[in-house]
Design a binder for this molecule. Structure first.
Ligand code: 1BO
Length: 272
């Protein structure tokens, strides 16, 4: 497994995303993923599965220190006391003494960013999170956050796949020494049937989804594909034995379109 290093954090390049995985399915898939070699699990308070993620980690018998766990604070808990309480609640549900990475899940214009970041940095200093970062932040918000936070931010977790151009956000992350973590990296499954990616994969003996994940990792991006199918788990980490040629990287990068974004909400920021 490759790692992406960012402001002191060493993040496994492929993680398991758990958005919309619930109950027994979630616990079982986390356990299976760890048994297959995953060392990075991504959850969030709003996913309502932190308890099951913790259960899956324990039943895998992989040492806690060997697993990189990310969770996220929901936007209604951005006032300083709420943020600290929320982080503690997540740890109780996970049955862990700290997470490896704690993120602000989405920007919230109704709470001053400086106050929220102050609380996030405080939670880190208390030892509840080894690293902190943000999610769904635009370039302008990344720049503000970096200027306001007393502790280093290690990533911006955003939607990223070949159909969505994230060059500006990626450049802002690089400038700040932060990693870009890609959620929905196979575009909610639509990459699997992409003819161009399947053709490229043919010359490497890989599937379209594997080519897509390799394209992300080869840009030093962390990807957190979600699946509830065990056979897909193995395929999604079987991407470290080939290298995409420059021409293939460029062809995939040219697929992005203005309509590529799949996750948007009324409360989202004005995207770059
Ligand atoms: C509402 C959750 C979006 C992805 O984490």
């Amino acid at each position: 497994m490759l790692f992406v290093e960012a402001n002191g954090a060493k993040i496994p390049a492929i993680g398991l995303g758990t958005w919309e995985l619930r109950g027994r399915t979630c616990a079982r898939i986390v356990e299976q993923a760890l048994r297959l070699g995953y060392r990075h699990i991504d959850t969030a308070q709003i996913y309502e599965n932190e308890r099951e993620v913790g259960e899956g980690v324990r039943s895998s018998h992989v040492r806690r220190d060997d697993v990189f766990i990310t969770t996220k604070v929901w936007t209604t808990h951005f006032a300083p006391h709420d943020l600290e309480r929320s982080a503690k609640e997540s740890l109780v549900k996970l049955r862990m003494s700290e997470v490896d990475l704690l993120l602000l899940h989405w920007p919230n214009a109704h709470v001053p960013l400086e106050e929220t970041l102050g609380a996030l940095a405080h939670v880190k200093k208390q030892g509840l999170a080894r690293h902190i970062g943000v999610s769904n932040f635009t370039v302008a918000l990344i720049e503000q956050a970096v200027a306001l936070c007393s502790e280093p931010l290690v990533c911006d977790q955003v939607e990223y796949h070949p159909y969505l151009d994230q060059t500006k956000v990626h450049d802002a992350c690089k400038k700040a020494g932060m990693a870009l973590v890609a959620y929905s990296p196979i575009a909610k499954g639509s990459i699997k049937t992409d003819a161009a990616l399947a053709r490229i994969g043919g010359s490497y003996g890989k599937t379209a989804a594997q080519v897509c994940l390799r394209w992300l990792v080869q840009q030093n991006v962390v990807a957190i594909p979600r699946t509830s199918k065990v056979e897909r788990l193995s395929q999604n980490i079987d991407i470290f034995d080939f290298v995409l040629a420059d021409a293939d990287m460029a062809e995939i990068s040219a697929m992005a379109s203005a309509k590529g974004r799949l996750t948007d909400f009324g409360f989202a920021p004005k995207w770059d």
